[in-house]
Structure formats: C-alpha cells, structure tokens
Design a protein around this ligand. Sequence first.
Ligand SMILES: C[S@@+](CC[C@H](N)C(=O)[O-])C[C@H]1O[C@@H](n2cnc3c(N)ncnc32)[C@H](O)[C@@H]1O
Length: 216
Amino acid sequence: MKKDSNKNIAMYSGRAISDESPVCKKAIELLKLKSGDVLLDAGCGAGNLLVLAERKKVKVDLHGIDISETNIRIAKGRLKKTKLKVGNITKLPYKSKKFNKIAIIGVLLYLTEEELEKAVEETNRVSSQNAVIVIRNNQPLNYIGNRIKLILSMLKGKKITFTDRYYHPNKIISLFEKKGFKLTRFEITAEKKIIDCNPILRKIFGSAWYIFRKGD
Ligand SMILES: C[S@@+](CC[C@H](N)C(=O)[O-])C[C@H]1O[C@@H](n2cnc3c(N)ncnc32)[C@H](O)[C@@H]1O
C-alpha cells in the first residue's frame, strides 16, 4: 500500500480491509437501511461498511467520504454503486439536509476537540429531519490497545504519529444533544466474547455505540 502523507491513515494502515467486518455488520444492522435512504459513511476508510451496504437488496443512495486518499482509492476498487470523495468530516462537501442515515464508525477518536465540535455541526447540517446517526467510538483501553499496537509497529521501524484521543460518552452525547439530536440507543460492547461477558472489562476495553435521531 502506498504511504499516505496524512497521519490518520498511518494510524489506520494496520487495520484489515474486510468484506465481513463484525463492527461494520453491527453498524449496518443498526442503520436499518431501506429503499429511498440516503446514506453517508463519514470516515468510510477502505469501504468495509459500504461493501456490506451495497450487498443489501434495498435501493439506497450510498456515499462515502474519507480524509485519506489512499483509503478512498482502495474503496473505489471495491465498490460499484457508492459515490466516494476525499474530504474532511469537519467540512463535509454536501448540501444541507442531504442524508437520512449517517455512519461514523471509529473516526471521532482521531479528531481534536475543536474538530469534534465541527464534525458534530457538519453532521447536523447535512442531516435531514429524523435522520439516524450511528456512531462507534473507542472506550479508554481500547484506545490504549491501539497505542500498544502502534508502539509495536514503531519497534518494527514504521514511522507513526500518535493522534488518537479518548472522548467520554457524556461529551459526545452532550455535543449531539446541544444540536437537537436525541439519543435513542447507547451501549458499550466488545467484539471479543471474553471481554464482552465481563461488564468491567467491556467498559474499559470495549467500544461505545450511539444512535442519535435528529429532532423536529
Ligand atoms: C479506524 S478507521 C475506520 C474506517 C471505517 N469507518 C471502518 O470502520 O472500517 C478511521 C478512518 O477515519 C478516517 N479519518 C480520520 N480523520 C478524519 C477526518 N477528519 N475526516 C474524514 N475521515 C477521517 C481515517 O482516514 C480512517 O480511514
């Protein structure tokens, strides 16, 4: 894979490109796609979620955006029906109220506080009334786990910048609620059964899932 100048892709380059990502499968379930939906996968990476969305038998207008040119190039090679763009979640190149479904999976941890606020503002701007936003973000040790993987990569000689950070769920919920979104579902889960079955481990090693609905 060609090296991307953007540090966020460096953070992501170790992650698998998967047609069967359990995380994205869960996101697809939560999105409950139906014909006529207009979906944006913000921070779509190499298109793991959009691959699953394209397989659905419903007619959905699919869009994906990612800051990494490399990821968008890979996604273009994997996707047939999705419109893809290189761009920043903090300045979405779409008209207002365009989307009724938005997925933000594993992206918020790469944003600074200022960027996080802008991302919420932009998500609000491009959401139609009653739009559903599905978000997944890391819990604290899930994030430390990333760092350990990155340190190991660095020890193998890869040059990597640390940019990820942990946002408490209350912070994310309050930013969305301030924009008039209602939290309709919140849970902390872990993909690994051994972690998921223990509430304390789940809370620190798992991921937080949010579903927001844009109010009237
Ligand atoms: C952990 S990956 C997740 C990718 C995808 N959502 C998935 O679940 O497979 C995080 C993605 O967020 C992208 N990203 C980071 N900061 C971004 C930003 N400001 N705007 C858009 N995408 C961003 C990265 O390039 C990377 O592809």
